[in-house]
Design a protein around this ligand. Structure first.
Ligand code: DC
Length: 229
């Protein structure tokens, strides 16, 4: 069967990565979490004195962006890919509230986006890829054969993130998470470079009241439709 490119975009914490990972595993495609790449750049910036307090040393980051190597390796325990920053597993570190609350301004920098988009396009050259993010169907793979735009209400998304952090034993406040979700929605939709928007040819999925298995089924159906067309 021919391999296609699948682009899944949408708001933060709307379950995009769960559905993208599950689909990739089911159909034997590579899964790439593009948000993890922006998170890894943010972690690098925090750890290397580039992002201090509220200030980003953009000159330093611009100089060092070529030295930031991000890769993914399958974790045999979880069956899912972990994010590596310069060869070190950074999967847990990139999911903390500290990184979550600082990633948006990093993701608005044009030279950061340029570098990440180039890496993402290289990863998808051979097709057979499911990538999720904010600008995959619009900027990274505008010719993707299957594009999905996922959304859910901010309260439902905040609750999901709260449950996720709790399950990992991390301290969390629902109100703080909700504020962070709303703030990120605003920045994602209003930034100058590649703002979050639905591609004209993307299918819209509001999963506020769907279970994970209902979403999975819906996505498999869309995949089969495109592949059989
Ligand atoms: O999906 P996520 O929450 O892990 O994404 C982290 C941040 O990266 C979020 O603020 C939006 C940004 N992002 C982006 O700008 N473009 C992408 N393709 C993916 C994520």
């Amino acid at each position: 069967m021919k391999k296609i490119t699948i682009a899944i975009d949408g708001f933060s914490s709307c379950g995009k990565s769960t559905m993208a990972k599950d689909l990739a595993r089911e159909i034997g495609y590579i899964y790439i979490d593009s948000g993890a790449m922006y998170r890894a750049v943010t972690l690098y910036s925090i750890e290397n004195g580039i992002f201090k307090d509220e200030h980003i040393d953009t000159d330093k980051l611009r100089n060092e962006i070529k030295d930031i190597h991000i890769s993914f390796q399958l974790n045999p325990e979880t069956g899912r890919p972990d994010t590596y920053l310069n060869g070190i597993n950074a999967e847990n570190k990139i999911r903390t509230m500290e990184v979550s609350s600082r990633v948006s301004p990093i993701a608005t920098l044009d030279f950061v986006r340029e570098a990440m988009v180039a890496q993402q396009q290289a990863m998808g050259k051979a097709k057979g890829i499911v990538m999720d993010g904010r600008d995959i169907g619009t900027t990274v793979f505008p010719d993707a054969e299957l594009k999905i735009f996922v959304t859910a209400s901010p309260e439902i998304r905040a609750q999901r993130r709260y449950d996720e952090l709790k399950a990992k034993g991390q301290e969390a406040s629902f109100d703080e998470i909700l504020e962070n979700v709303k703030q990120r929605d605003y920045i994602d939709q209003n930034r100058e470079v590649s703002p979050l928007r639905k591609a004209d040819d993307a299918l819209l999925l509001d999963n506020s009241y769907m279970t994970i298995s209902q979403q999975k089924e819906w996505l498999s159906e869309q995949f089969n439709k495109v592949c059989k067309a």
